[in-house]
Design a protein around this ligand. Structure first.
Ligand code: ZN
Length: 256
């Protein structure tokens, strides 16, 4: 290997393109052996390189051991909190078809099923889906990926994703899936940590939401809005939150 090749390799390890806007991004932090890069243009923060699917499968299989089809931790309080949390969204859900991504034990999907014409929850954990199906008969649950759900050709008026985006190793797959499953004019709700929030610790290493490999990417308002705009959605409602977390609705363009 010549000296030129060696220099290029070092550059590729310290600088890369932003997954959201392709802007120059460089290492901002090293946390628990994971390099976290920040984009100079949109402020997006992401683990680089993202872990492989094999590494993530191993991590999540270990993480779901507390769940089986008969037991979900703190089920009664989850049920209450889900109902309260669904109330402000009820006007958008009433009489509509709803999809929840990463529904876990199905508590939010079940709350939406109170008002929705149809509520479907999908999750990658079979144990969580078995629990949801056994406890919430008004909703439908499937253990499948968003891509598999999109491949059915079914579309929804309202797609809910809470605490999902920060766990994903990238943005392209989820956005491709959202474009397929969201009807023109339909809404997507996203809650995920907010890296641009004034209450976020100034020192990133002190922010509890920076916990790779559980969390792999962190959006500010700019990067989240850019991501959705790049994929045919416009901000519909960006709700204020006292904590450093987004609570945002994006509307899919009427034109496809
Ligand atoms: Zn960027």
């Amino acid at each position: 290997m010549g000296p030129g090749q060696s220099t290029r390799r070092e550059q590729s390890e310290t600088e890369t393109g932003c997954p959201v806007c392709s802007g120059p991004s460089r290492q901002a932090l090293l946390k628990d052996g994971h390099a976290i890069f920040g984009c100079d243009v949109c402020g997006f923060l992401f683990v680089h390189p993202y872990p492989s699917q094999g590494e993530l499968d191993a991590f999540y299989n270990a993480d779901y051991r507390g769940v089986d089809r008969n037991f979900y931790p703190k089920a009664a309080s989850r049920r209450r909190r889900a109902f309260v949390r669904s109330l402000p969204l009820a006007p958008h859900v009433w009489g509509k078809s709803v999809l929840e991504l990463g529904c876990g034990g199905g508590f939010m999907t079940a709350a939406f099923a109170t008002w929705a014409k149809r509520a479907v929850g999908i999750d990658l954990s079979q144990a969580a889906i078995d629990y949801a199906a056994a406890h919430f008969p008004k909703a439908a649950f499937r253990c499948e990926t968003l891509a598999a759900c999109a491949a059915r050709g079914e579309t929804f008026d309202f797609v809910f994703s809470s605490e999902l985006f920060e766990h994903l190793p990238g943005v392209d797959k989820v956005m491709a899936g959202l474009m397929q499953v969201t009807r023109p004019g339909g809404l997507v709700y996203v809650s995920t940590p907010d890296a641009s929030h004034p209450a976020r610790p100034a020192d990133l290493s002190q922010w509890s939401d920076i916990c790779p490999p559980e969390h792999l990417q962190w959006f500010g308002r700019d990067s989240l809005t850019r991501l959705f705009r790049n994929h045919g959605f416009e901000p519909y409602k960006l709700m204020r939150n006292p904590k450093p977390a987004h609570s945002a609705l994006f509307r899919r363009s009427q034109v496809t």
